[in-house]
Design a protein around this ligand. Structure first.
Ligand code: APR
Length: 402
């Protein structure tokens, strides 16, 4: 790393500049640093925010294997817990799938993302890894050349510039990497026309399963997070602010849609977080633009109906790390050349399954013939999942698998 002052902008360099300290950026940073690659993570938020931001929490078996492979799984081994059951509730009865015994026989590990990110950050810093908090990347330039630059706003507000051999865009969907893509980059976007109200409740889980309820009033979902925090989702009116519903109205809707009259009450508690989520998906193609490479949400955003986001982020970070290590240690750029294709194969499979789940969980909006047709197909899909072992194996393989 070198530091140099050019007129008013402090210029610094590293072989790999990583934008963003989420699951993608921190997994990549740990793997590159462990391989002796000179890298730095630039993160817009402060340390406290990075360590406490609550988002996903269902780690696929493959993600656990990747983290174990690189000595990053101690925390999830100590505090995570296996999860292998879904419960589908409909007006025509309910059924449970022990997906841990179906498909490849794999389970999720429930481990809140903020705990995973805190583990990755602690491991990275303890190993001597470099990170700059409150450093916002503004743009990535000269990506077609061998020395791309990243213009930043430093923590003290002054402009700065980082020069690199490669820039890893792990700064999410609205980050500087996405904004700096050449016009030739393709962005495949799909709005699924469904909106959820995402909730975190200070209440113990009410089911020992992921609960998916398909009710005439709309979808409702139940996902455990910890012993006293539960994540809920409610299908919601598009365009309505997240704070428009009172807690009473939220719990009344959850009770009704989760068919508690048949299945017993939900544990109520204070709603500590709300977010309105428009179910949309997008994919950037390709994921490499010269010396700029994308991973995680910067590469693709799967709709949150299938818990794929964080799992894709860790998988892509490992593929990118392996490719960069080949490049720096053996000047072998074959894996870098294949990086985009390899990730996109996983990404589109995850997108396909997320789309399938959205169609499964949500009744079509209209009452016209088209909607009736879709609704009849949806009911048949639910029935196949309830009765067909082949469909159950396919579901399990794609639900847990990446
Ligand atoms: N400059 C520097 N950092 C930035 C910038 C920027 N311009 N823009 C965003 N960031 C930081 C954010 O503050 C965040 O810490 O980039 C990080 C991106 O992290 P995530 O959003 O967690 O993205 P990623 O690592 O790709 O993981 C994505 O994890 O949260 C789950 O389900 C979620 O699918 C998602 C997955």
């Amino acid at each position: 790393m070198t530091e140099r002052q050019t007129n008013r902008t402090a210029e610094t360099s590293a072989d790999v500049v990583i934008l963003g300290a989420g699951p993608a950026g921190l997994t990549l940073g740990n793997l590159l640093h462990a391989a002796g690659i000179d890298c730095v993570v630039l993160e817009r938020a402060d340390r406290a925010h990075v360590r406490t931001r609550a988002r996903a929490g269902f780690l696929a078996a493959n993600t656990v294997r990747i983290l174990e492979r690189h000595g990053l799984a101690d925390g999830l081994h100590r505090r995570g817990h296996p999860h292998g059951t879904c419960e589908f509730r409909t007006g025509n009865g309910s059924f449970r799938l022990d997906y841990g015994t179906l498909g490849r026989g794999e389970r999720h590990t429930v481990y809140p993302q903020q705990d995973l990110v805190t583990d990755l950050l602690t491991h990275y810093l303890d190993a001597g890894g470099r990170i700059r908090f409150e450093t916002e990347a503004r743009s990535v330039r000269e990506v077609t050349g061998p020395r791309p630059t990243v213009d930043v706003r430093e923590a003290d507000g002054r402009p700065g510039r980082w020069r690199a051999r490669y820039v890893a865009g792990c700064d999410g969907r609205h980050g500087a990497a996405r904004r700096s893509l050449p016009a030739s980059a393709l962005r495949h976007h799909r709005d699924h026309g469904v909106t959820w109200l995402g909730l975190l409740a200070e209440a113990p889980p009410s089911l020992d399963a992921v609960g998916y309820a398909m009710h005439p009033d709309g979808f409702a979902g139940h996902m455990a997070r910890t012993a006293d925090i539960t994540r809920y989702y409610l299908q919601y009116e598009p365009g309505v602010p997240g704070d428009a519903w009172s807690e009473e109205r939220i719990w009344a809707a959850l009770d009704r849609r989760m068919y508690t009259a048949e299945h017993g009450p939900l544990h109520h508690g204070r709603i500590v977080q709300r977010s309105v989520i428009n179910l949309e998906s997008d994919v950037v193609e390709p994921l490499r633009h010269g010396s700029l490479l994308l991973a995680g949400d910067a590469a693709s955003l799967p709709a949150p109906a299938a818990a794929k986001g964080a799992n894709l982020a860790v998988l892509e970070a490992e593929l990118l790390a392996e490719a960069l290590i080949d490049e720096f240690s053996r000047s072998d750029s074959r894996a870098l050349d294949r990086y985009s294709r390899r990730c996109l194969d996983h990404i589109w499979r995850a997108q396909e399954f997320a789309h399938w789940m959205i169609q499964l969980l949500h009744a079509p909006a209209g009452a016209d013939a088209e909607s009736f047709f879709h609704e009849a197909m949806r009911r048949s899909r639910v029935e196949s999942l309830r009765t067909s072992r082949t469909h159950q194996d396919w579901f399990a393989e794609n639900y847990v698998g990446i």
